[in-house]
Design a protein around this ligand. Sequence first.
Ligand code: HEM
Length: 463
Amino acid sequence: MWGAKRENDQKRPVSRFRLSRKGCECSPFDIVSKPRHRSGPRPPTDLFERFCGLTDMDLPVFDISSDEFQADPLPAVRQMHQAGELVNVKVPLFGCLPALTRYRAVDDFLRDSKRFARSGKAAGKRSPPGLNWWMPKVFRAFAKNMLATDGADHRRLRSLVDQAFLKRNVDSMRPGITRIADTFLDDLERQQGDGPVDLLDDFCRQFPLAVICELLGLPDEDRPRFTRWFGSLGRFRGWWSFAQMIPGLIRARAYLLEQFRSCRNSPRPGLITQLVLAEQQGGRLSEPELLAMVFLLLVAGHETTTHLISNGLLALLDHEDQKRQLTDDWSLAPTAIDELLRYTSPVQMSKVRYATEAMEISGQVIHPGQMMIGLLVAANFDSDQFSDPFHLDLQRSPNRHLSFGSGIHVCLGMKLAKLETAIALERLFTRFPSLYLACDRKEIRWRSRIGLRSLESLPIRLQ
Ligand code: HEM
């Protein structure tokens, strides 16, 4: 049971939540000069706490990688909101981390990149974010990406690729993306025979992977290898699954370095060649940064979209009336996709941020170097921001969900992800209007993993 567990019986003071970007009396990010609920210096931390980011905060603890949370996060989200704007969540290998739960708090946290930095260095740490000294070297090879940097480095890295993800460029990809979707659906139709298909593996995973490979300029025939190498990333839960990632990462690294060499010798269409040119011009991109950039685009560019398409499809099958509204009128797609993003919240939490200065949040003293996260899924169901948040409403507008994050690290690929999902759903339902779940709804299983809500499989009968 994920239920809220108090570390002790002491009642935690509830702060009044009025947020101000600049920080005022009422801001939950007050500097700690006059702590309101706790005083005195923090007791010295032990070694384990220092390395693993454990927190000694007296907060309710939620296990967001538990089977129960993944099967249905909404009961826990309600409990989180009742518990307050700061809770502890269990994070495999890291222990517990303080996590913000309310919309305004999460939005402000992600926007305030000065006080909440991605790079541990800004908070006096030596390791890159999410990495500890004991982690194998291959993790470091992929670590120096834009999502792990702040300030000038982040701007430089993002500016090298942001053109490709602008709305007009993404819109121009519509015919190509539609063609890719149709090719997969042709294959599915041929392959199904009389039986069900697993839409998760056979379409929701393959389709966004094919799109990002095309954008990067990676050969089609190599895609099955990525699925094998990156498959274990999706199963990260503890030490064993962590160790299982290593061989795939080593192979992915060797493969990408070989692709860079080949693009240097004979340039080909795609983002990798553009990045290789930027690297050759010197000063703009080093080879380790090139490797980390392509790895980030490849992984972030398909894994998340896979789960938006599959979770979104399941949510539509669960809400027949809403599904009918959309399939009767595809001009609803823009608001519908945003609502599916909010309602299914495929990325459930932000990456870790480091507090760069002492402050107080919700009555808790935060020390420099403290790791924290924002719970996007909890923010997306905040009744202070969304009316009737637990209800799926494909016409919801405005809908400023936080599924793509916020601030300087807001998702680079959001336009692409939305377009892919709109095309996937439209092509699927237009071609197979009576598709239905091929098992009892209760048999649907979710992966026990942290941060990304992902199905084990999605058995579907197409007609
Ligand atoms: C449904 C699909 C997607 C979701 C829900 C999603 C979600 C997110 C979130 C929440 C962040 C910010 C994390 C943080 O601040 O801690 C992020 C960043 C990022 N996403 Fe996505 N993403 C999706 C699709 C994509 C796609 C298709 C790409 C394409 C390459 C992509 C590339 C990136 C990159 C490069 C960043 C880092 C941006 C930066 O640091 O400036 N994402 N994404």
